[in-house]
Structures are given as C-alpha cells and as structure tokens.
Design a protein around this ligand. Sequence first.
Ligand code: T5A
Length: 209
Amino acid sequence: MTFVVVEGPEGAGKSTLVRWLGTTLRAAGREVLTVREPGGTPIAEAARKLALKSRHDRAFAAELFLFLAARADLVERVIRPALADGQIVIADRFGLSTIAYQVAGRGLPQADVEAALRIATGGLTPDLTIVLDIPVAVGRQRQQVAGKVKDRIEREDDAFHTRVREAYRSASGPGIIHIDASQSKKAVQDTAWRAVAATTGRALSLRGV
Ligand code: T5A
C-alpha cells in the first residue's frame, strides 16, 4: 500500500499527472485508485458543490470545514479501504491544499487547522507528496486555454494565489518533493515517475514482496 498525493496551485498540471501516473502504474501491473479532492463520495461531492459552486457568502471557517468534511468521508470510506486492500492510491490534492489555501490564502490559524486536519484524516499522511510549482499567471493561462470555468476560489485575486503558491514552495518534510511544472509534460512525468517508483518500490520491499 502506497499513498501518493499530487499538489500545487491552479493549472499546475495535477490532474494531468495523476491520470498519467494511474495509467502508467496500471500498465506496469499495479492496482491503482485515483481520487480527486474535494470529492469521491456522495457527501464529499455535495461538500465540493457547496465549497466551490455555491453563490452564498460564507465564513472562511465554514469553507474550511466543507473541505475537511469531504476529506474525512473520502479517507474513511475510500482511501483507507483501498490502501488496506494493497492498492496504490493517488490523490489529486490532500492536506497540503488546506494549508496552502485556508491557512496561507485565507489566513486561518495554522495550528488550529492542523489539529482539525488530523481529525479529518485520522492521522493518515501520504508516503509521497509531489508538489508542482507554476507561476500564477502561467497556471491561470493554462486553465483558460483548457476552457475551465472559474470556481469561487479560482476567482480570488493574484495576491491570494501568490500566497498559495509561496506556501507550496516552502512546504518541506518527509516524502515531499518539488517539481518545476513549467517544464514539458514529459519532463514533469519523468521526474514524478522516478519518485513514485522509488516510493512504491520501498513500500513493496518493506512488505517483503
Ligand atoms: N481547495 C481544495 C481548497 O481551497 N482547500 C482544500 O483543502 C482543497 C482540497 C479545487 C479547488 O478547491 C480548492 C483548491 C482549488 O481551487 P479543482 O476544480 O479540483 O479545484 O481544480 P484544481 O485542483 O485547481 O485543478 P485544475 O484543473 O485547475 O488544475 P490542474 O489539475 O493542476 O491542471 P490540469 O492537469 O487540469 O492542467 C491544466 C491544463 O494545462 C495542461 C493540461 O493539458 C490542461 O490543458 N498542462 C500542461 N501544459 C503544458 N505543460 C505542462 N507540463 C502541462 N501540464 C498540464
């Protein structure tokens, strides 16, 4: 069981990389589950709609708990069972998104958010977190070219998204790697693949497989 998370600002190429890793690992004979946050269960999809699409103004703490409600349901009902079943789980966003957007972006207190995060995840942490870095303007342009309709958070100004980007750039800790996502898709995939192969290989050998 290996838990891989792909993180980064808007338009960095997370979904593209998650799809590619899933396809490539399956082709290599691995059982893989890909998920995207927020979402992946009926409750999490409902929370996603409220967090990103609702026209109603909300307290920033209310927004935080919508993302955490989505995560709690996804972790308990989908991610943990898949990991227990021996699958590789690849998530498009996880806890670092909450630190980047709700702490750095919205200004909520980090220690309190981290405590709430632990409740939502039951302490589950990724084996590998791949942080894609992209300048705000380049990410926005990629989304525009892809025809993406802006959600509530994407409509925030450049100062907000610059704080988010800087939070990602300063993220460090066990299993966190950074990739310059302004490179070609192939260059990003090659670097990510080396990290995933090293992580899944280590996890497998630890289990004596
Ligand atoms: N949020 C989420 C919080 O505030 N707190 C939280 O705790 C969580 C979990 C989710 C929103 O919720 C917020 C953050 C977000 O605002 P979303 O709709 O799921 O929103 O959207 P994003 O995660 O932001 O995903 P995007 O689709 O905007 O960006 P991606 O997934 O990073 O980019 P992707 O892969 O769709 O690629 C965009 C375009 O770029 C191209 C792709 O082909 C595509 O056209 N591309 C590249 N082009 C050139 N070179 C490369 N290397 C490329 N890689 C991809």
